[in-house]
Design a protein around this ligand. Structure first.
Ligand SMILES: [Zn+2]
Length: 328
């Protein structure tokens, strides 16, 4: 089921992107910028489809959760690897051409060597055009390029994510742009678990639709009050920690979460850290925020992720079932 959704979505994405490229190419002759924009759009669209996320999902989260760099970073990696191959090439004819290009074209903004010099500066990499600097081996260079590009994009994506209120529960002090977030890392090759994880990721990225969102998107005409309990505004915090109509499922699936934390942390930790609904919501949506305080290693984090994934999905399932009944 999930694979079908993802496959159809990816195919639609590919088809629509290909049509876009054709349309753009017909309107104006192809340029690097046009092709680049197409690639970027296709890349982000595919990453969203893989995670079954809405198009309004904030871009930094789409990359950070999967541990994938934007297409621009990938192009830069390949450009810089190619640059190393050129500068270390032993073929005399090629060396002559390179030296001539550097001498004639270095101040040409569009030349490969000018662009490469900008990239070296952008990523704080050694100036391998400088004859006085020893050129690293191919392996060392690739490793260095990968590390520097990853650091640069981790910082940039996290800075962007920091500005977005929809990502307030995503812990930006955890991981880097090359590592998969535990929300996906904890999922095995199992369609039901993938479906559960998609639901949780929508909650984590602020794209899980609740009454408060409908209120906002309808220019404040739709009532934001919870349709199940009619007691208060339905936001994600209400669904996960407060709605009394979901209390049976909440109690059943929250018990293993609390048990795992209390059994594996010093006495009193639970009462100290999780004494309010906001902290509990944070624990459920992205427990990496408390990794240090809890002293949890990767294995326990993945286990906690699994429990919280079940918790989110069970509440979602019950909520949707009840809403469908209300709709008649
Ligand atoms: Zn409610």
């Amino acid at each position: 089921m999930q694979i079908n959704i993802i496959t159809i979505s990816t195919q639609q994405n590919l088809k629509s992107s290909a049509t876009d490229l054709q349309r753009i190419s017909e309107q104006t002759p192809g340029t690097y910028q046009i092709i680049f924009r197409f690639l970027e759009r296709f890349h982000i669209g595919t990453l969203r489809a893989i995670q079954a996320l809405a198009t309004r999902t904030a871009k930094p989260a789409v990359y950070l959760l999967l541990g994938v760099l934007p297409v621009e970073a990938e192009i830069h990696k390949r450009k810089l690897t190619f640059l190393h191959s050129l500068t270390t090439c032993s073929n005399n004819k090629i060396k002559e051409i390179i030296n001539r290009q550097i001498a004639v074209n270095f101040d040409n903004n569009n030349s490969f060597f000018f662009q490469s010099a900008l990239l070296l500066a952008k990523y704080n990499l050694p100036d391998i055009f400088d004859k006085n600097i020893p050129i690293p081996s191919k392996l060392s260079w690739k490793k260095l390029v990968k590390t520097e590009i990853s650091s640069f994009w981790t910082l940039r994506l996290k800075e962007e994510a920091h500005q977005m209120s929809s990502l307030k529960f995503l812990n930006l002090n955890f991981g880097n742009a090359n590592s998969t977030h535990p929300v996906w890392d904890s999922v095995e090759q199992n369609l039901i678990e993938i479906r559960k994880a998609s639901t949780k990721v929508r909650m984590l990225t602020g794209t899980y639709m609740v009454q408060a969102d409908k209120h906002k998107f309808s220019q404040y005409t739709i009532d934001p009050t919870c349709l199940l309990c009619h007691r208060e505004i339905e936001d994600i915090l209400h669904v996960l920690t407060q709605c009394p109509v979901l209390c049976n499922e909440r109690k059943e699936y929250f018990t293993p979460i609390k048990q795992l934390v209390t059994e594996n942390s010093p006495p009193g930790t639970w009462e100290l850290l999780f004494n309010n609904k906001l902290a509990v919501t944070q624990l459920v949506l992205d427990c990496t925020k408390y990794m240090k305080q809890l002293g949890f290693k990767e294995e326990l984090i993945l286990k906690l992720e699994t429990f919280t994934r079940h918790f989110c999905f069970k509440l979602h399932y019950k909520r949707i079932s009840l809403l469908k009944k209300l709709d008649g």
